[in-house]
Design a protein around this ligand. Structure first.
Ligand SMILES: O=C(O)C(=O)C[C@]1(C(=O)O)C=C[C@@H](O)C=C1
Length: 361
């Protein structure tokens, strides 16, 4: 073997040994941390701490000087923490299935690979799984940059006693998958309605005559295309999982297409200094300016509102709306606590859904 190459590999071997020793040391300390938590009276057996994880990931990215990207460094650190936590308490995560959906990719991005992820058939099932303790946490889509809100998630959030413990943002890159080997051979395309909407220009240009059939999820589309022929629009992860050919990649109209997912659970993460708070409220009926008055304290205190969505209150005799509001900051911050007190007093209905770290990457 070339001497230079052999020398470089010897250096890599030596570093791998050090990295491995350090990872093992880290894992032992994580086990110690679990015992400390138990001694401090935490008998839940759940040692997951979203705020601490966000801080570790942010710090790893700040330290990064290349050549790996910040995201790659965060993903590596994510897997190390995931493996360490699984020694303490392996987490059960319910997500919107079947396997191969973008929600599964969000589970992996947020929790890493060392968790037991269970696909659920519908969004309400995920909420029930976490409420009943069948799962420790749930992952649900909440909004897409092109397709807008996921109304089932907002409707469940209005009713649940669960808390939002985190968020994940995932760039969505659609592929055309098939058992065929060329785009020209495709006569039928299966996909989720939102994915069709997100790939409209590409489909009009490349497959204007193909018949489109809407199904419940991208992963289901892949299963049908695998069985019946034709193609599915889905992510790269589904191609790998179901052994399909990728006939075209990045077929979405907007390259910045992103979906935001929420982590739901039973705990309130502590402040990290870079947090989001989500609340849901209804305004007093027949009161001119009621919504304006609810939003005014946020503006006065310079609180950055990042999102406001409305959904009709189900079953209400008179048309009534839930307003879902996200803003920067943590509910335990005294300034925010006082604004929330004011808003709670002025609203007809008010609930804090959770304060949680902003997605670290
Ligand atoms: O710091 C803790 O509380 C730990 O349990 C350790 C650790 C880690 O590996 O860094 C593991 C899991 C938690 O979710 C957060 C961090």
């Amino acid at each position: 073997m070339n001497n230079e190459l052999a020398q470089a590999r010897i250096r890599i071997d030596a570093l791998d040994e050090q990295i491995q020793t350090l990872i093992s040391q880290r894992a032992r300390i994580a086990q110690e941390v679990a015992h400390i938590k138990e001694r401090m009276g935490d008998s839940t057996g759940n040692h997951y701490r979203p705020s601490r994880e966000a801080e570790v990931l942010r710090r790893a990215m700040e330290r990064n000087t290349g050549p790996l990207t910040d995201e790659t460094v965060a993903r590596l650190m994510r897997e190390i923490m995931s493996a360490c936590l699984s020694l303490e308490s392996p987490l059960k995560i319910a997500y919107l299935g079947p396997e191969g959906t973008y929600t599964q990719a969000a589970v992996q991005k947020h929790f890493g690979d060392s968790v037991t992820a269970r696909p659920a058939a519908a969004i309400d099932e995920i909420f029930r799984d976490v409420e009943t303790g069948n799962a420790d946490y749930g992952v649900v889509p909440v909004e897409n940059s092109l397709g807008g809100i996921v109304s089932h998630t907002l409707d469940e959030l209005a009713q649940t006693t669960l808390r939002i413990c985190g968020e994940v943002t995932l760039p969505i890159h659609h592929c055309l998958l098939s058992t065929e080997t060329s785009v020209e051979a495709i006569r039928h395309i299966y996909s989720h309605q939102q994915s069709f909407a997100q790939c409209r220009k590409w489909l009009d240009a490349r497959l204007p005559r193909a018949e489109k059939e809407t199904v419940a999820s991208n992963a289901q589309a892949v299963l049908i295309a695998r069985e019946k022929g034709g193609a599915a629009i889905a992510g790269q992860q589904a191609a790998k999982l179901y052994g399909m050919n990728i006939l075209a990649s990045n077929i979405e109209d907007d390259p910045n297409n992103t979906t935001r997912f929420l982590i739901i659970g039973k705990h309130d993460p502590s402040p990290t200094g870079d947090d989001v708070t989500s609340v849901v409220l209804t305004a007093q009926r027949n009161t001119p300016g009621a919504l304006f008055k609810l939003l005014q304290p946020f503006a006065r205190e310079n609180i950055d509102l990042t999102r406001i969505e409305s959904r009709p209150v189900k079953g209400a005799a008179v048309r009534d709306y839930y307003f879902f509001i996200d803003f920067r900051g943590h509910a335990l911050d005294p300034r925010i606590e006082s604004v929330l007190g004011e808003v709670r007093a002025a609203a007809a209905y008010f609930k804090v859904l959770g304060s949680y770290p902003t997605a670290p990457f």
